[in-house]
Design a protein around this ligand. Structure first.
Ligand SMILES: Cc1ncc(COP(=O)(O)O)c(C=O)c1O
Length: 445
């Protein structure tokens, strides 16, 4: 029986009976039944259409079912080369490696392929430790780096708590822009004070014990948080001073989401290691990668890289990535995300002026969020890691009215595929506009 022959009801019942869902207790999940997806929309078996305002998990950057990518995937099937073991050389692996070396700024020209983002970060932890001979890894509290055992310790957000204790050697630091206390009012103050704090922390931990610091250059699921101006550049210089590698996790923010190929480019730096997944194939096939600088690549010419995966450099996934990157270049989707930023911000500004429950809004390229508040003092509608009945009702309203997005804590995510049209963007913000009546009613004054 194909999925199309199944009703929503059957699909949901079987999925819930025989499969486990992520980050949820099974009896609480309420899955959206999906039969197909095209462009900026997903469709239920009965044909209900939902505008995808989150590119699923901020990953289907080129939009759903692009015909050129589907054709390239079919061509790869017809070539009768789907999988061979990681010790082989293949055309898709060769071409994708070269393409990424062109797209990722120098000196990053060498890539290790994985299945997804967490595996890319796991291998970056290994590479940093093997290269530096040091063991500690720094990361920030407002971060998510993946659900594998080590990546959970790298992750700052509360999804880590139930995954503790984990492997040792991970040290988390505050972000430059916490909400409840301040490193200063201006970008300059925040950058200066946070980097002074970080330098002290590095001294306390012992610089010669620290291999790397991992950062999302624009933090994703923890609220679309860009760092203060100058911070990334200062961080890069500080880490370099102590021989600590900078690893930029571009799993979510990479591949055009922020209006540049990679979000570290907003900070005018190139890290020692970059990790990626999601947008690399627009999630049409599972693929991630770790890119390393020429210096690190040279080290692993002379030394064994102690890492391996059965599905490393999977031919079908690499061919898919190749086609996705071609589409991104042909359709200038990175430039398109940058061009649509002011359009998204204009919609958000309109909502903020109309709805008292809007606390703040941001969109860097098409990486956007609307924050909700419960009072004029700016207290967030839901507490950190908490919920609020009005937020639950808002999430239900959006879904019932044809909009798929993530509503987490007090954040409404606005991360559509980069191919979205201006009309579709308007449609999305109009649904959110109506939904915000619900959170306005919960505003306490
Ligand atoms: C910044 C970041 N890093 C890593 C990951 C983990 O990627 P994956 O789920 O493909 O393992 C994610 C997933 O959302 C992410 O947003």
């Amino acid at each position: 029986m194909s999925a199309e022959d199944m009703s929503s009801e059957e699909m949901i019942a079987l999925c819930k009976r025989h499969t486990m869902y992520t980050w949820a207790r099974g009896d609480a999940v309420d899955p959206i039944p999906v039969a197909r997806a095209e462009g900026a929309y997903i469709y239920t078996p009965e044909g209900q259409r939902l505008l995808d305002f989150n590119s699923q998990l901020m990953c289907v950057n080129i939009g759903h079912s692009h015909p050129k990518v589907i054709a390239a995937m079919k061509r790869q099937l017809d070539r009768q080369l789907l999988y061979v073991y990681p010790g082989t050389a293949t055309g898709p692996r060769a071409r994708l490696g070269r393409m990424l070396a062109d797209i990722v700024p120098d000196p990053i020209n060498t890539f290790f392929f994985t299945l997804g983002g967490a595996e890319a970060n796991e291998n970056a932890i290994k590479a940093a430790r093997l290269y530096t001979g040091r063991h500690k890894i720094l990361s920030r509290y407002r971060s998510y780096h993946g659900a594998t055992h080590a990546c959970m310790q790298l992750t700052g957000d509360p999804r880590r708590w139930e995954n503790e204790p984990g492997p040792w050697g991970f040290v988390r630091v505050m972000d430059p822009q916490p909400y409840d206390f301040s490193f200063g009012a201006t970008d300059e103050e925040q950058t200066r004070n946070h980097l002074a704090y970080l330098e002290d922390l590095i001294r306390m931990e012992g610089p010669e014990t620290i291999a790397a610091m991992f950062v999302e250059p624009v933090t994703g699921t923890n609220g679309v948080l860009p760092p203060p101006r100058g911070w990334l550049k200062g961080l890069h210089a500080l880490l370099r001073k102590y021989g600590i590698l900078l690893v930029c996790d571009e799993v979510m923010a990479g591949f055009g989401r922020t209006g540049k190929w990679f979000s570290f480019q907003h900070g005018d730096i190139v890290p020692d290691i970059v990790t990626m997944a999601k947008g690399l194939t627009s999630s049409y096939a599972p693929l991630g990668a770790m890119g390393v600088s020429d210096a690190i690549a040279a080290h692993f010419q002379r030394n064994v890289f102690w890492g391996g995966l059965t599905y490393n450099a999977h031919a079908l996934a690499c061919a898919t990535a190749e086609a996705v990157l071609e589409v991104m270049q042909e359709e200038r989707l990175v430039e398109r995300a940058a061009a649509l930023q002011p359009v998204a911000l204009e919609h958000m500004a309109r909502l903020a002026s109309k709805h008292r429950s809007v606390r703040a809004y941001r969109s860097i390229g098409l990486f956007g969020v609307i924050e909700l508040q419960k009072n004029a003092a700016g207290e967030t509608l839901a507490p950190f890691n908490g919920g609020h009945p009005a937020i639950t009702r808002l999430a239900g309203f959006l879904r019932d009215n044809g909009l798929f997005t993530f509503v987490r804590w007090f954040n409404v995510m606005c991360n559509p595929p980069l191919c979205i049209t201006e009309d579709e963007l308007r449609e999305g913000f109009e649904i959110i506009d109506r939904g915000l009546e619900i959170t306005d009613a919960a505003f306490e004054g």
